[in-house]
Design a protein around this ligand. Structure first.
Ligand SMILES: Cc1cc2nc3c(=O)[nH]c(=O)nc-3n(C[C@H](O)[C@H](O)[C@H](O)COP(=O)(O)OP(=O)(O)OC[C@H]3O[C@@H](n4cnc5c(N)ncnc54)[C@H](O)[C@@H]3O)c2cc1C
Length: 406
């Protein structure tokens, strides 16, 4: 029988793989962290997540990451719902209502790329993390005692690495999930989302740092990011049949932005990309010694900023269980609890909430729109209801519910 070392093999140095690796390493559990990207291209990833909810800030603080991220981000206590059709602010929600629930009554607008850059520096410096950059994971095998991962090293040669457990933090295209034949249940929206990044201060028009903008014809999201130069991301839905090259032409992007906010002057566009949105959850988060976390286990629309946040919550939940196993304080049935807790959150919170969020912004029926907006206004204006609403949107409810699962 092979003798496996006690280490955990983590695939993917995204926010989830990095947070998991740091949490394990800081508790004296050895990790081998494998990442396909290298020092030469790690920072060239497309813009993605960036809103960090209060519950996630508590976890980033535990890892020693929060202090590094706060100066690189924007502290944003307030977010808005707007009605673009009527050009009106519907409701402003202030996280100050959570002041007795958390040390962080705000979100931190700090992009994924800054999080992984800072976390990677910490991983490089940690003696318990064996970091393999420019190394591609290709396959794995497991038996009752351990796992063996097959890797392509930077020189293009084949290598294997073994350990006690394998965690897929590979993102949505997880090889581990596919190799295990685990279904990725759910659906994909027809319309792709267009993200345009603009150097322009939208606050002068009354917008907050984060804005969800409903419109029966063209809903939007508008988010502020720290520069230099400061940038705002504007999201638009697109016609599923539209030609991609046509959608991305600079004149087409300018026309959309002018439709959103007619300034009469061209916007300074600093980036743009188009992405497909999936709503999917893996049927299982664990098969023996192989475990899924983050986008490998669940993907969702970015409306509500729940993908990366809930992935980091997976990482911390899983880290605590793997640490307990390593210290012989628990047997590996706790990993089934990880699956019960985090799969419940993915289905009942992240999926349900993000699907609702998109429906709310895109609603076409005027009577339903009016009802939705009245409800938002009433909720924001009542401190008790506003706190209840924020406990859900800031993901505290999902954590409390998961805690209650045996
Ligand atoms: C446009 C957009 C906006 C978003 N906005 C938000 C937001 O505001 N808030 C939010 O919470 N979420 C948001 N999300 C979702 C968020 O980006 C993801 O949920 C998050 O990045 C998932 O983290 P992860 O670590 O699981 O996977 P990833 O971030 O995908 O990282 C996976 C890592 O694994 C590596 N990897 C993959 N395959 C291999 C392999 N075979 N071998 C070695 N390495 C491999 C990759 O190179 C990568 O570094 C957004 C997503 C998109 C597309």
């Amino acid at each position: 029988m092979p003798q496996y070392p006690g280490r955990i093999v983590v695939i993917g140095a995204g926010p989830v793989g990095l947070c998991l690796s740091l949490a394990l390493a800081q508790a004296d559990v050895k990790v081998c962290l494998v990442e396909a990207l290298g020092d030469d291209n790690f920072l060239e990833q497309v813009p993605r997540a960036g809103t960090n909810h209060p519950a996630t800030l508590e976890m980033l603080d535990r890892l020693g990451l929060y202090q590094k991220l706060e100066p690189r981000g924007i502290v944003a206590p307030v977010f808005h719902y707007w009605d673009r059709h009527e050009g009106k602010l519907i409701a402003a929600f202030d996280h100050i209502h959570l002041k007795d629930d958390t040390r962080f009554p705000y979100v931190l607008q700090c992009e994924r790329i800054k999080i992984v850059e800072e976390a990677l520096k910490m991983a490089k410096a940690h003696p318990n993390i064996d970091l393999r950059l420019s190394t591609e994971f290709t396959a794995f095998a497991q038996d009752a005692d351990g796992v063996v991962a097959r890797l392509k090293n930077p020189a293009g040669g084949e290598e294997t690495i073994d350990g006690r457990y394998l965690v897929s933090g590979e993102g949505a295209r997880s090889i581990v999930r596919k190799d295990l034949g685990i279904a990725f249940e759910g659906f994909t929206y027809d319309d792709r989302t267009l993200n345009v990044e603009v150097a322009y201060d939208f606050r002068r028009h009354g917008y907050a740092e984060r804005n969800y903008i409903s419109d029966p014809a063209e809903w939007s999201n508008l988010f502020h990011w720290k520069g230099p130069p400061d940038r705002w991301r504007v999201h638009f839905p697109t016609d599923p049949h539209a030609d991609e090259i046509e959608l991305m032409r600079p004149q087409a992007l300018q026309a959309r932005l002018q439709g959103f906010l007619p300034t009469g002057k061209p916007f300074d566009i600093v980036g743009s990309n188009l992405y497909v949105v999936h709503q999917r959850v893996a049927a299982k988060f664990r098969a023996g010694r192989a475990i899924l976390a983050g986008d490998a286990a669940h993907v969702n629309s970015p409306i509500g900023a729940m993908g990366m946040n809930s992935g980091i919550h997976d990482a911390i939940n899983l880290a605590d269980k793997l640490i307990a196993i390593a210290r012989q304080q628990a047997d590996d049935s706790v990993l089934d609890r990880y699956e019960r807790q985090r799969r419940h959150v993915a289905v009942a919170h992240t999926q349900a909430q993000t699907i609702r969020n998109k429906r709310l912004l895109a609603e076409k029926d005027p009577a339903v729109r009016r009802r939705n907006h009245d409800e938002l206004r009433r909720t924001a204006d009542d401190p008790v209801l506003a706190r209840k609403f924020l406990l859900r949107t800031a993901l505290f409810d999902s954590l409390r519910e998961a805690d209650a699962i045996a």
